[in-house]
Design a protein around this ligand. Structure first.
Ligand SMILES: Nc1ncnc2c1ncn2[C@@H]1O[C@H](COP(=O)(O)OP(=O)(O)O)[C@@H](O)[C@H]1O
Ligand SMILES: O=C(CO)[C@@H](O)[C@H](O)COP(=O)(O)O
Length: 493
């Protein structure tokens, strides 16, 4: 009973995860529940908020079954997929399934938003391009295409905010996730009320925006009964999954960066100050608040990273990733000339084309399951290098990389990534990505650690993945082909 445990909950795109850590930052136990998303039309991606909540409840009951004492939990932090739109009605019920971050239906609404508010004003306020998948254009899409749903909106939430609501009965938002709505004044870390007014949205839809570690409520009696957690424990605002994962991996200093390969792939670089980029220099670079006060980060996102391998696993009707990947490490670097563009559901950074499609280029008789799997992994790594290229053009650079996300479960991902980047990488194998970071934020919010400098996990050593210099010529040549093919095909999709 003297133990101090912290709980982190992650609403991933392919599953919910919960992790319990102790006050030394060590993982005590974790649980996950997998799910899928629906695609009611090509390019659309939706998920039901009740599926997330039911999956969280089952993760928690698995933790208790595995011997974790729920009464030792002192605080809860939530995190999850960014940008995905949850709308609630006056009964506080979801009006429709959430429209996800990888949904490409809003290209037209992105332009409309710039026309309504003025593209320069919008960029200078939000410091971000308006991209399909971000939240605000989805509201404009609903206004036009589902007016009955639009007229019933009383609250707009991100996925993890919906879980905070289920846990506490309170509505909250945090600076990291709010950055990805296109409605946050990112330099001021507050809603851009003038933009919200211009777009005709109601100010009441948007909950107060907090720093990630701030306590925003306490566990309600109803949630305590359903989850088995003690009533009244504090719940913090939490953070978007990329910021939470970065904090969990200690990516809080300039010169460090993290690469996540979950459903999406992201390149994430912390910043002490917001760079003053011109609109065209920013390309599809995201400049968002970090989950520590007074910090920001630069990010770029490839939409189907780990998801491309999942697609291939299902296409080959393999039971699991180990079956799909058997022998793939024996295939030579460059996959015998076979190249894959991982644009299965469009692409965000750097192409910004929701109509883009996946491509195998250079197939011939000698290729087989193993070369196709290797080409998919390499293609995802080229798309991440393409994001890195975009960052370097904006003069945002990193020397020290840590990798996170489901892909760290098989070393082939990190080996190929290190070779494609021609850089060594770090991995903390025991950390459950965003859920781990959310539990760290909960500890900061609840005063288990007084300051960032006290975080015990910052001293823990990561595994170092070396790169193979001999593979540089083949990967440089393949990356150049990748970029040429992507550019050539872009207008044809
Ligand atoms: N055992 C494994 N071997 C190889 N790749 C894996 C394995 N497990 C998960 N992955 C990769 O990780 C992805 C899921 O990552 P995850 O971080 O759990 O996603 P999300 O947070 O978006 O739900 C899968 O699509 C797959 O590409
Ligand atoms: O859109 C973004 C970031 O801008 C994605 O990174 C989502 O946040 C989903 O994350 P994963 O489920 O792939 O971790």
């Amino acid at each position: 009973m003297n133990q101090t445990f912290l709980l982190g909950i992650d609403i991933g795109t392919q599953g919910a995860k919960a992790v319990v850590i102790d006050d030394m930052g060590h993982v005590v136990s974790s649980a996950n529940v997998s799910y899928s998303f629906e695609s009611p039309q090509p390019g659309w991606c939706e998920q039901s908020p009740s599926l997330w909540w039911e999956s969280v409840i089952s993760c928690l009951h698995s933790l208790w079954k595995n011997g974790v004492d729920p009464t030792a939990i002192r605080a809860i932090g939530t995190t999850g997929q960014m940008h995905s739109l949850v709308i609630l009605d006056e009964r506080k019920q979801p009006i429709r399934p959430a429209i996800l971050w990888n949904d490409g239906r809003t290209l037209k609404e992105c332009s409309e938003m710039e026309e309504i508010v003025g593209s320069d004003y919008l960029f200078n306020t939000t410091r971000n391009p308006i991209l399909p998948g971000f939240t605000a254009p989805k509201l404009l899409w609903l206004k036009k295409n589902e007016p009955e749903h639009y007229s019933r909106i009383k609250k707009v939430l991100m996925p993890k905010d919906y879980i905070v609501y289920e846990l506490t009965g309170e509505f909250s938002a945090d600076v990291t996730d709010a950055s990805g709505t296109c409605l946050l004044n990112v330099p001021d870390r507050e809603w851009a009320w003038d933009v919200i007014d211009e777009l005709g949205f109601s100010r009441d839809w948007f909950p107060p925006v907090s720093e990630s570690q701030e306590v925003v409520g306490s566990l309600s009696e109803t949630a305590a009964q359903i989850t088995g957690l003690p009533i009244g424990i504090p719940v913090i605002a939490g953070a978007g999954d990329n910021a939470a994962a970065a904090l969990g991996n200690g990516i809080i200093m300039e010169g460090t960066g993290s690469i996540s390969i979950g459903t999406s792939g992201t390149v994430f670089i912390p910043l002490k100050e917001l760079p003053d980029l011109a609109r065209d220099q920013a390309s599809t670079l995201h400049l968002f608040c970090h989950c520590l006060p007074g910090m920001w980060h630069a990010m770029g996102t490839t939409l189907s990273a780990g998801m491309s391998l999942r697609w291939l696993r299902d296409a080959f009707e393999k039971q699991n990733y180990d079956d799909l990947l058997e022998g793939v490490d024996q295939v030579e670097a460059g996959a015998g000339g076979l190249l894959f563009l991982p644009y299965l559901n469009g692409e965000r950074s750097p192409l910004n084309n929701p109509a883009a499609k996946g491509v195998f280029f250079g197939l011939s008789y000698e290729h087989h399951r193993k070369s196709m799997a290797r080409a998919v992994i390499e293609g995802v790594c080229y798309s991440l290098r393409d994001v890195l290229d975009m960052m370097e053009k904006a003069e945002i650079e990193v020397a020290d990389w840590t990798v996170t996300g489901g892909a760290i479960k098989n070393p082939i991902w990190t080996k190929v990534l290190a070779d494609v980047f021609q850089q060594h990488l770090h991995v903390h194998e025991e950390r459950e990505g965003p859920a781990y970071g959310a539990s760290i934020l909960a500890g900061l919010g609840n005063g288990v650690w007084k300051a960032v400098a006290d975080l015990p996990m910052l001293d823990q050593k990561a595994n170092r993945i070396e790169f193979n210099r001999e593979n540089q010529p083949v990967y440089d040549a393949q990356f150049a082909r990748y970029q040429s093919i992507a550019q050539a095909m872009n207008p044809l999709f």
